[in-house]
Design a protein around this ligand. Structure first.
Ligand code: URA
Length: 205
């Protein structure tokens, strides 16, 4: 009798197993981005920092954390006494999600399904780098790292969690510090980040 052709699981976009990041079609964000932005840093880095997604400048440059958030991160590393070579920098989502606002491209928070689709790449990075400590920058990174949509940043800030055999330290996203208008709140948030990086460093020994 006639057989009904069934598409293999791999034919579904979210099941795709692309070998190159820039060819990824696991979600739709590639259509609007200039390019995919993978992680960068020492392949032996014991600390992996996970951000949310590339911003406008990262999307254009093809490198993570080269814009304002990255400049702020550099200040945090300096203040914490953490060296760049100890750190591998990446993002939960590898394509820039944005909406037009006049001539500007305004950042849009990635959806849970986009974070889940992109976890494929984070897993590859974790397997290759094998960091001892992950520093999650903000709620999207935390949800991605823990694989749970129901975690809140506030409960986890600054407290190390053991997850799948490695430490996870949660701090604010650097963009939060850039955004918050109150100087006092800015200083406090910066301190949370510095203390988080120091803690990550201490957890290595
Ligand atoms: N914000 C992020 O989360 N990641 C980047 O790479 C740049 C800005």
């Amino acid at each position: 009798g006639a057989t009904i052709p069934i598409a293999p699981a791999d034919a579904q976009p979210e099941r795709q197993q692309p070998s190159k990041l820039d060819e990824c079609r696991r979600c739709d964000l590639w259509q609007y981005a200039t390019q995919a932005v993978g992680g960068e840093g020492s392949k032996k880095a014991p600390i992996m920092l996970v951000g949310e997604q590339p911003g406008d400048q990262e999307d254009l440059a093809g490198h993570p954390f080269v814009g304002p958030a990255g400049k702020l991160l550099d200040k945090v590393f300096d203040a914490a006494g953490v060296e760049r070579r100890e750190i591998y920098l990446t993002n939960a989502v590898k394509h820039f999600k944005w909406e037009p606002r006049g001539k500007r491209r305004l950042h849009k928070t990635p959806a849970q399904r986009e974070v889940e689709a992109c976890h494929y790449w984070l897993d590859k990075e974790l397997a290759a780098i094998k960091p001892k400590v992950i520093v999650a920058l903000g709620a999207t990174a935390l949800k991605s790292v823990l694989g749970s949509g129901s975690v809140t940043l506030k409960d986890k800030l600054g407290k190390p969690i053991m997850h799948e055999g490695r430490w996870v330290v949660t701090v604010y996203h650097p963009s939060y510090i850039l955004r918050v208008p109150d100087e006092e709140a800015k200083r406090e948030a910066f301190k949370v980040m510095v203390d988080g990086l120091k803690l990550a460093h201490e957890l290595l020994s």
